[in-house]
Design a protein around this ligand. Structure first.
Ligand SMILES: *[C@@H]1O[C@H](CO)[C@@H](O)[C@H](O)[C@H]1NC(C)=O
Ligand SMILES: *[C@@H]1O[C@H](CO)[C@@H](O)[C@H](O)[C@H]1NC(C)=O
Length: 205
């Protein structure tokens, strides 16, 4: 009986100590925002919709119905376009190439001009050369600007989070340039620190 009371007391004390340690770690740890590094990029996506040098093609003809807010030939619900677009530093297509955009967009509304978009920006120059940013969301043509979520990244952009703003300049009916403004951040440290390991082992007890 006495020994069981002593055990309970010591296990209570142990739990209190663990709690105190966890609180101390929480207070001492810098805020999450301080442990992330901002990533700001402005790039231009050259979209050739038809003709010579075409970079986007209809992949799947949707089952319909025809969406009254869109023009043929890409106006059926479910129409899906695949893209392999050159990405440049400036608006002009002969400005420095900085990467490519690969992905798809699909007519996702039966009545409104809304596309579901999923694309990956591969950077081929600069500090993020060989790294990618993965983006997804919707394009609603009735909205003044598009905003997609940065849902992740690879290489030097692992663990990326944030958003990307887009606006489009139409140079001709079959040539448009989309300006992408990336507002993201990546974790400072990719390998667990001693403190993070201690916190993880504490949490698993
Ligand atoms: C580059 O853009 C111009 C219009 O600004 C266009 O005439 C030309 O065909 C484009 N070049 C390529 C390779 O797409
Ligand atoms: C896109 O946004 C940039 C930055 O706000 C602006 O300078 C540019 O004029 C915009 N382009 C269009 C076509 O709205």
């Amino acid at each position: 009986m006495a020994s069981s009371v002593a055990n309970t007391t010591s296990s209570k004390r142990r739990r209190l100590l663990l709690l105190a340690a966890a609180v101390a770690l929480t207070i001492l740890a810098p805020p999450v925002s301080a442990r992330r590094r901002p990533v700001r990029l402005v790039v231009y996506v050259q979209e050739v919709l038809d003709g010579p040098g075409q970079t986007e093609k209809l992949l799947v003809r949707g089952p319909g119905p025809a969406n009254p807010s869109l023009w043929p030939p890409h106006n059926l619900f479910g129409d899906t376009v695949v893209m392999d677009d050159l990405v440049t530093e400036g608006l002009a297509n002969d400005s420095a190439p900085v990467g490519r955009v690969y992905g798809t967009y699909m007519t996702a509304s039966m009545t409104r001009p809304v596309h579901s978009v999923s694309f990956t920006l591969l950077l081929t120059t600069g500090p993020y050369s060989g790294s990618t940013l993965v983006m997804a969301g919707i394009d609603d043509e009735d909205m003044p600007a598009t905003e997609h979520a940065v849902v992740g990244g690879t290489g030097a952009l692992r663990g990326a989070q944030g958003y990307v703003l887009g606006n489009v300049t139409a140079l001709s009916p079959t040539y448009v340039v989309m300006r992408l403004e990336v507002h993201a951040s990546v974790p400072y440290v990719l390998v667990p620190t001693t403190k993070a390991k201690a916190a993880a082992s504490l949490a698993s007890q």
